[in-house]
Write a protein that binds this ligand. Structure first.
Ligand code: XMP
Length: 527
């Protein structure tokens, strides 16, 4: 696939990652303050950082001591570039050291909730109490602030716990304002952004839509664009943005592989088209997929078959679109992908789309498709994508949908994927989804796969007789990004209603069990 990516977003606040688990969290908090932010590695040169035209820079925390061998440092040129900078924790200490202050071991480490005594509120601590609790994690501390800096706060273990030089627009705190345990953390960040760096809180869903529409128009010109619409949130929002930008130059293809949940294909055909006006081709390929899956029970083989058939159908649809466009002299040059920011960060900082996790490539599109990529969601986290989708008027049933794997229910049937098994699972899944929504639990759950153990039979007593049916498993999980997850503690009442309804209404199922395993060691899906 040709490695051309869409232009990025507005001037960023760069978060320089010193190896802390908190860098992405800082970027999120800045975005919550309605200012656009991106994470960059500390190994990036100052020249490359400045080439991104940053509106401000935040130096993150890190696990190291500034005195440790090989501890990452910062080029003092960064502080002379005229860009507002804020140091946090380790970033605060490297900043102090680079500017001529003293960093020393106090012998007193501070970890967890710590009392901060404010001596001068300055810009950073304006309108916050003179004593406040903040979350700390440090061994070294700043003993003397660099010349020209005012000391704003101290703690028992940190003689200089916050400082600022307003004229040079340089600021720093020893604690972690990005974690919720720091009482006034978000205020401190916002004071830096709005008052210290002079930025406006104007990065909103509607400004994202406007920016992306302009960027897509610039990238695409009058060429044609295609998009594989899976029915998931990401491809739906990406397609809607492109449609808003270039209208009928976009054609979406939905491959109905027969492995969707109840009502999903209809929802794409009806609600998505109605709300966006998108030009959509739906290919009904149920028989093809079920035929190819007949007799197959091995999970990886299922995935491979589904991926292979998907590619064949998509290529076929693509040839059709190219042929039709060719008649009108328009080139089909672009392919829309719903790549998100965590995928970009995970694959090494976003310089190119080569390393995106393969299962985010819409069911594994072939890599010899010669298209340029349009990736309007590259800068966004999942909840931001949902906010943009709502701004675009996409129905809640699509925008609020749980993540759903490309191979669909095919990997939620332990055993053979047959029309009969799919029908059982669809009915059980629809009941679980309906009851979770009714109980107001959608916000707590990342996703709740319902899994049919088609290869397992269990004895039951239903009505007057003994039965020999199948168990289904409920797998509710809570997660930030699906990389790790915990099982969601659903209320017993909700579980009871789901269990009773499934065993009453889905005759083939006589047992409902709950999966109480975190990830790791288990994955979210069962196959
Ligand atoms: P696991 O099961 O690996 O899932 O913990 C993590 C997330 O990825 C989804 N998933 C897939 N998505 N194709 C996809 O498009 C796949 O083959 C696939 N396998 C898992 C899963 O639903 C969860 O959100």
């Amino acid at each position: 696939m040709t490695l051309v990516t869409s232009p990025a977003a507005p001037r960023p606040v760069l978060v320089v990652d010193f190896g802390a688990q908190y860098a992405q969290l800082i970027a999120r908090r800045v975005r919550e303050a309605k200012v656009y932010s991106e994470v960059v590695p500390h190994s990036m040169s100052v020249a490359d950082m400045l080439a991104k035209d940053p509106a401000a820079i935040i130096l993150s925390g890190g696990p190291s001591s500034v005195y440790a061998d090989g501890a990452p440092s910062v080029d003092p040129a960064l502080f002379r570039a005229g860009v507002p900078v804020m140091g946090i924790c380790y970033g605060f200490q490297v900043m102090a050291q680079a500017l001529g202050g003293d960093v020393a071991k106090t012998g007193l480490s501070e970890f967890g909730g710590t009392q901060v005594d404010v001596c001068e509120s300055g810009v950073l601590l304006a309108n916050t109490p003179s004593q406040q609790s903040a979350w700390m994690s440090h061994g070294d501390s700043v003993h003397r602030a660099p010349e020209g800096f005012r000391v704003l706060a101290t703690t028992a273990g940190a003689p200089v716990a916050a400082f600022e030089n307003r004229e040079q627009r340089l600021f720093g705190v020893q604690w972690h304002p990005e974690v919720k345990h720091s009482e006034h953390g978000q205020s401190v960040l916002e004071h830096f952004l709005y008052d210290g760096a002079g930025l406006a809180p104007d990065w909103t869903p509607s400004s994202i839509v406007d920016d992306q529409v302009a960027l897509i128009r610039e990238q695409v010109g009058s060429a044609r664009v295609i998009c594989a619409l899976s029915g998931g949130v990401d491809s739906a929002v990406a397609a809607a943005l492109v449609q808003k930008a270039v209208g009928d130059q976009l054609t979406c293809v939905h491959v109905d592989h027969g492995l969707m949940r109840a009502g999903e294909v209809e929802q794409i055909e009806r609600d998505f088209v109605a709300s966006t006006g998108v030009r959509l081709i739906v290919r009904d390929e149920k028989e093809r997929f079920l035929g190819a899956l007949a007799g197959v029970t091995d999970p990886e083989t299922k995935r491979k078959i589904i991926g292979r058939e998907f590619i064949r159908v998509f290529e076929d649809a693509q040839r059709q679109i190219v042929a039709e466009a060719g008649e009108h002299g328009e080139e089909v040059k672009f392919l829309v992908q719903g790549t998100l920011y965590p995928d970009v960060v995970e694959s090494g900082g976003g310089e190119g789309a080569a390393n995106i996790k393969s299962h985010h490539n819409v069911g594994g599109l072939p890599d010899d498709l010669d298209f340029e990529l349009v990736e309007p969601l590259r800068a966004l986290f999942k909840d931001e994508v949902r906010a943009v989708g709502r701004e675009l008027g996409i129905p809640e049933e699509i925008v609020g949908r749980q993540p759903f794997p490309g191979p669909g229910l095919g990997i939620r049937i332990i055993g053979e994927v047959t029309e009969h098994n799919l029908d059982i699972l669809r009915r059980a899944d629809a009941i679980a989804r309906e009851e979770l929504t009714k109980a107001g639990l959608d916000g707590e759950i990342w996703q709740c796969p319902v899994v049919l153990l088609a290869d397992v039979r269990s004895v039951g007593v239903q009505g007057d007789g003994r039965t020999y049916g199948h168990p289904v498993v409920l797998r509710p999980v809570s997660s930030e990004d699906a990389m790790t997850a915990d099982w969601t503690r659903l209320p017993y009442e909700t579980l009871a209603v789901i269990s009773t309804r499934i065993t009453n209404e889905v005759r083939e199922v006589n047992r409902v069990v709950l999966d109480v395993t975190s990830k790791p060691p288990a994955t979210i899906e069962w196959e």
